[in-house]
Write a protein that binds this ligand. Sequence first.
Ligand SMILES: C[S@@+](CC[C@H](N)C(=O)[O-])C[C@H]1O[C@@H](n2cnc3c(N)ncnc32)[C@H](O)[C@@H]1O
Length: 370
Amino acid sequence: MLYRTKSPVKKSKQPVLEAPKRPSPAEDLPILLKFTLIPGLKSIVLDEISKYSELKITEAGEDKVYLDFIPDFKNILAMRSITNAYITKRGAKFNPYFICNHKSIIGDLIKIVIGETKNIFKSFKLRCAGSDSKEVKEIQSYIVSTFKLRESEDADLEIYISKPSELWEISVRLTPRPLSLRSYRVANIKGGLNPTVAYAMNTYLDLSGEKCGEKSYLNVFSGSGTLLIEAGLSNPNLKLIGFDIDGKSNALAIQNIKKAGLIKQIHLKTADIYDKPHLGKFDMIVSDLPFGMQISSKENLDNLYQKFVTYCEETLNENGGLVAYTTEYRILENALISSKFEIIKTTDLVISTAVVNTYLYPRIFVCKLK
Ligand SMILES: C[S@@+](CC[C@H](N)C(=O)[O-])C[C@H]1O[C@@H](n2cnc3c(N)ncnc32)[C@H](O)[C@@H]1O
């Protein structure tokens, strides 16, 4: 039998006609939910997710969790351990060039997020590499004309085209602001604690348990009141007291506490830890310790942390719990090791700051009296 070998095909000079666009299989990929979190808080986030039977995790990483899509976002928007919630599509082809040719992929996600709450989203920001390219500009024009949103740097609707792994991702945030920016935060101080970290610290004390009602909770170095407010939101029966040396911070904390509707539950004092304020004994003590600019130049951090530990030894009830957070964790660890406290758990976190690619590396200590 004779076989014909293939002769090289000559390239035609005729213009190639573009075939009509068919829906790409990539467009059929499932929509997912994506939650972002502070690295270190994974177990707290997984715990919170497990409270909602409708939430099914498909992949859990250190800084994000993917879940099956659900159309009702009510419980998701009430979550307190995550930084942001998005709906997302992941695919090998979802680069800006591909999305430009298949704009409905991004349009469908935006439609879901805007849904019936159209009025809360007035502006958008498309964050992706190559933002000056023709393709990205075309996608932006499509969003402006289809959804009547204006472009803004500080936008309500955050949209991302990114490649965080081997897959590209298109994500649209479910809320105009990050979930971690609580609505009660009307007044901020420099060094205010991230509310998802405050929620996590309180979780180590299991505040929501029925047994916790009526228990007393002290927040040493209370600043703008984040730990106290997160505790009050977890359990309306806790007796919550905080103190801080700075009267101005206390005044700002009052504004936040009022906004959170907890003014009857939380009491604040202006006091210096060096004066050992007499506030009684407590079942729980929680603290985000000062460092850097938050202490006066006369103060020495070793001394201050030592005073804090001694004060907690004297103020905590026998079976009580202490949870403390600081970036200066070696100093605190030294003070704890030579104290009446036993460290029963530590959690290391990675927190991004306002400066790009700059991070804080704080540690949470969970302790009980020996
Ligand atoms: C890290 S900030 C606490 C921030 C707080 N967790 C929040 O979310 O706003 C530490 C606080 O310690 C307070 N502080 C510093 N030295 C103090 C002292 N000697 N006695 C009491 N409070 C002090 C500062 O005024 C500051 O508000």
